[in-house]
Design a binder for this molecule. Sequence first.
Ligand code: HEM
Length: 462
Amino acid sequence: KKFPPGPLGIPILGITPFVGSRMEKYLASYYAKYGGVMSFRLATKDWIILNDIEAITQVCFQQGESFSGRPQSYLFDKLTEGCGIAFANGPRWQEQRRFVLTALKTLGMGKKGMEEIIKTENQHFISVIQNSGGKVHILKHKKEIRRLEANIISKVLIGKRFDYTDERLNSIIDCRFVMPTSSVVLSLPFLRFIPPFRESYKKLVSNTQHVINIIRKLTNEHETPDEANPKDLTEIFLSEIEAKKSSHQASIQKIQLYHLIRDIFVGGIDTTTATLGWGIICLLHYPECQMRIQEEIEDVIGTRNSEPDMTHQKHMPYLRAFVQEVHRYCTIAPFSIPHCVTEDCVLFGYHIPKSTPVMSNIWRVHNDPKYWKNPEKFSPERHLDLEGRFVPSNRVLPFAVGQRRCVGEQMAKVGLFLFWASFLQKCEIHIDSDFGLPSWKKEPSGTVRSPQEFTIKVRNRL
Ligand code: HEM
């Protein structure tokens, strides 16, 4: 009786036929009628949507424990064998999360260790562009940026980088949580038996298994971890399970490690590539931004010999404002990743039964007209004060908030800053006249809102 209100939809399908390609906009349109907490029916399930920052803050901070679950799904259970972190629940998730956060800290997350890995990979990426023959490199954003991001994460997880032509790297960058058409199987699992969903589902299962096999082989190279001085997450994990008595327990733990690594690869590669891809599109649509960032780089870092590092960040308000505006304007995870309620609870007087799935409408927070002037306009300047200083905003939430917030946040922040600072120091980007100006349209499906494939021209600056 006291379930939050919301649009009714139609039997069996719920609101599915009405949402269109921007579900976040559709659900935001009900804010005036229902306020910050509403419900809707998608296929056979009732969902809760948190449509403003007050509801999101309440759920993530005051009632974090009760809202920290992930909805159960046949598809994810099958793919993850009940392991991993991103779709795990209960004590297993807590254990994995604690492990990842501690391991990343040990490995220097957000500090020099991480910075060095990112800088080295950026150099590889830029040198491939600069040495690609002529003065102009045609950059195919998805493949090339995904390889850069995968190598950064791989170095942290397995202590290994791959040559860009290595087939294993290409398999890792092709791995997804869901693929076009198989995402429907999430809500309606019986569709996995019916074409065309069946083929897509089978492909997803076999790709996942293939990547798990690659990870298995790679981690086996770490049979004798250096406990005192671990170089990567795998070594820390293996040191921990070495202490486990029974070999049966150790082999279960190893499967956990493979899925943990895969989850972090998929979670980290998709998100950072989409964020950088949208950033490139913003620079092409608003060329004055590229000029302003390059002027700032010249003033603060210089154009030759000096390499960008994190100490430069505090002197570069415009670049920071640009990064924050890309997060806001492009909102790559409009609903974050869905949560679910772990126990019956009460939210703003509404009763929410255990296992109800919950989504945060981050897109609406990023476009709330009460807070953002002309939210539909791309404007890094909105994040600068009158003296030109950068103003960090607690209403820009690309990594979400609360107990499930992104574990790679620090790494991503360092990665984004260093990418733009080093890439735009050495290169400038232009529209590829054969391709035209990249569109704002997103990929038709996926857990992350990614731009469609585009090519651009990259010219050397130095
Ligand atoms: C721009 C880059 C990134 C963005 C915007 C982003 C965003 C997010 C969001 C919105 C979530 C869901 C939070 C929630 O459920 O409330 C998440 C979870 C997660 N992210 Fe990220 N992420 C980024 C980069 C990374 C990187 C680089 C890594 C790893 C190296 C990573 C690993 C993960 C993992 C493992 C989770 C699942 C956490 C859990 O379920 O406890 N992410 N991320």
